[in-house]
Write a protein that binds this ligand. Sequence first.
Ligand SMILES: Cc1cc2nc3c(=O)[nH]c(=O)nc-3n(C[C@H](O)[C@H](O)[C@H](O)COP(=O)(O)OP(=O)(O)OC[C@H]3O[C@@H](n4cnc5c(N)ncnc54)[C@H](O)[C@@H]3O)c2cc1C
Length: 421
Amino acid sequence: MAGRRWPLDELLTETNRAWRARAREVAEKVVRPKAAHYDRVQEYPWEIKDALCASGLMGVWIPAEYGGGGGGVLDLCLVVEELSKACGGVGVLYAVNALGSFPLLLAGTEEQKRHYLPEIASGRRLCAFGLSERGAGSDAGGLATRCEVGASELIINGDKKWTTNGGAADIYTVFTVSDPTSMSRRLSAVLIEKGDPGFAIGRTEDKMGIRCVPVVELHFRDCRVPADRILGGRPGVGFKHAMMTLDRARPGVAAQAVGCAQGATDLAVVYCNQRQQFGQPISGFQMVQGMLADMSTQIEAARQLVHASARALDLGAKDVTRMAAQAKLFATDMAMKVTTDAVQLFGGYGYMRDYPVEKYMRDAKITQIYEGTNQVQRIVVARSIIKQAASLEHLKAYIPLPDHPNTLADRARAPVAPAQA
Ligand SMILES: Cc1cc2nc3c(=O)[nH]c(=O)nc-3n(C[C@H](O)[C@H](O)[C@H](O)COP(=O)(O)OP(=O)(O)OC[C@H]3O[C@@H](n4cnc5c(N)ncnc54)[C@H](O)[C@@H]3O)c2cc1C
């Protein structure tokens, strides 16, 4: 189980490999045997969460000074990939705690970090991230949940949509409008706790995939919390905090996608060796081999993008927005294609719920949608490359204008001047 080596293991540190091995063990011993059950009943798998806590995986991404594993985004991604290979739902069940706690890590006051992070790191308290609303998905800046900021308390009113881990979670990073008159300082993130007066969990969604983790509505009706719950201790920086968080979290979604694709491909290879048609295993057919080769190559390309973007974040590189978006975009589109191809390789059996492969396709689909749809990722990438084209001005000299008479071709066609007598 832990024995399978990957040719690029040498690029990982011993610590990276140790986290991955621990996650692989939990994935194979605890997650895989229960994946189909929790998918069917659509219930939160508390026994799997307990196993993740017992293995010390819950706070991998949280610095040791706050009780965490002291790992980085790369360690987080390695764990998410392993869990997602066994169950894409468990991959996000785990990763969403990073999404919910990144705002605290990136922008919390020292008191807020000391108060919340150790309990998140131990898994005693779970986290969620409440940005989206019914009317504000891709246009996250257009959210409407209101927060009145007083000297001693905050009063929150409004509703959130699609909050992953809602109900199971104890701590919610909720994005609100604290200054409706401002364009640039409109939003603030607020730390909400389960049991806060005026805070309620609403409807739980019935989903296509990632069914073991709840996705719910949150309701705030004159929800009053102490003023020190505003993230970072000052209002008006919520939009920046949300975007910083998404940059840091997108490689994790990409890792979830890589895990789903790898998990489906592993099953497909085994099946193709086992399934006989025309008197031979179907893995002997070149068209099947071509599909397997393409699936594996696409997974590897995506994995490298995940690792590169995670390393860039861990090194504190500037301008990681584009790379995190590229990792998310490429890996999640790849996962949709590869998991669909895995179903194809199982033939009719692949379409059946009592076979394990169609779940990967259902789990993979959401990765193209949440934490910014892939259309939104394309906008992010395109904006970045168009802006950076300013540094490529020197190339203009090599690109003739359509009405420019002096192209190389024109010069070649020009009559040669008669030799001077
Ligand atoms: C299962 C699940 C879990 C989720 N978990 C969370 C969570 O934990 N926390 C949270 O805050 N949110 C969460 N979300 C919300 C998720 O991030 C949003 O669904 C997503 O950002 C898209 O928003 P929307 O659904 O409103 O779609 P819309 O924004 O309405 O988009 C609809 C379509 O239009 C396209 N589109 C929109 N704008 C543009 C544009 N400018 N150019 C081109 N195309 C565009 C989109 O790409 C999409 O295809 C979750 C969603 C789901 C389904």
